[in-house]
Design a binder for this molecule. Structure first.
Ligand SMILES: [Zn+2]
Length: 333
């Protein structure tokens, strides 16, 4: 979880043998760097997740966390106690390398299925391992512990392939080839960022990643093989380098670049918010497009921040394309 509160552990018998993480979203790994040091147990995640956890631990020096961070791929098992094994089963979500965690006990299997979508045509990685899930059923599942944000929504969450089509439709469906286009999306959503990068190349514009978290997640994706290792793509994390880039973009022409930036939830201080506030050299003008390849996280603060940034962008003449996005969370299906 994101909130470092493990008081529930007081009522649990036995010893913590492993801390297993199904994916790298901060509401799943954010508290590890604050709590893991209290347990003598390894932290286990898939390569992308484990790399993010290591970065969280490094950034939180206060606790001096010494737990071993173990990388385990989807489809693999590991013994965590004499009679208990942990297995990772591949699924899809809005972040790469997401898994279900199956705990094999002498009495049967406990399956944790938290945050996932049943995407049969993902644009990055493989579809969920349906064959393994079916087989697991025959091994005897004692309990399925599941949660998805859209659990109360009827219908099916569209595939990431649909999101890619939506992005391409918005970016290609224009004759105004000289105006500026600014994109914003989840920096941890590597599949989406790659779709936008491909579209940028098709438009003849240079894709550029802007913002600290873009730098963090893209760097991680490169390290573990979910993004090309080449340095062709410009990535500017620090504020100074972002500002320098915007200066250059204004000099060379808005139609030369497609910046992909942080700030899709209207977060103050994020690159898009600074553009909307006129704090950078980027001059928004009539005809410029701002594309949100992200939904609004259903929290009052997010809703109001996003409304504020969209209003500011529109007041400066931008055309806002909202919700060019599909969710990473399964519906009722
Ligand atoms: Zn998630």
């Amino acid at each position: 979880g994101a909130i470092p509160n493990d008081s529930v552990m007081k009522d649990v018998d036995g010893r913590v043998r492993a801390i297993a993480c199904t994916h790298g979203h901060l509401d799943h790994i954010g508290a590890i760097s604050k709590l893991a040091h209290k347990y003598r147990a390894p932290i286990i995640g898939t390569p992308f997740t484990a790399d993010l956890i290591k970065q969280e631990i490094e950034a939180e020096k206060l606790q001096g966390t010494k737990n071993e961070v173990v990388t385990m791929n989807a489809g693999r098992r590991r013994q965590i106690a004499p009679d208990i094994e942990l297995e990772f089963i591949r699924v899809q979500h809005s972040i790469v390398d997401c898994v279900f965690a199956a705990i094999h006990t002498p009495k049967g299997v406990i399956l944790y299925a938290n945050d996932f979508k049943m995407d049969r045509s993902p644009t990055l990685g493989q579809p969920p391992d349906f064959a393994r899930l079916k087989k697991l059923e025959s091994e005897g599942v004692l309990a399925l512990i599941t949660e998805t944000t859209n659990a109360g929504v009827s219908g099916k969450t569209p595939s990431e392939q649909i999101a890619k089509d939506l992005v391409w439709d918005v970016l290609m469906g224009t004759e105004e080839t000289k105006s500026g286009v600014l994109m914003t999306t989840f920096s941890s959503h590597i599949a989406r960022i790659r779709a936008i990068i491909e579209a940028a190349h098709e438009m003849g514009r240079k894709p550029v990643l802007l913002g600290r978290s873009m730098e963090k997640y893209w760097g991680t994706a490169k390290r573990v093989g979910y993004a090309p290792k080449s340095n062709d793509l410009a990535v500017y994390g620090r504020r100074k380098s972002v500002d320098k880039f915007f200066k250059r973009m204004m000099q060379e022409g808005k139609d030369k670049y497609l910046p992909i930036m942080t700030g899709h939830q209207g977060e103050p201080g994020a690159v898009l918010s600074r553009v909307a506030n006129g704090e950078t050299d980027y001059q928004l003008e009539s005809g410029d497009k701002v594309v949100f390849s992200a939904g609004i996280i259903p929290q009052p603060l997010n809703k109001s921040s996003r409304h504020i940034v969209e209003t500011k962008l529109k007041m400066r003449g931008a055309r806002v394309y909202d919700n060019v996005h599909v969710s990473g969370h399964a519906c009722v299906e």
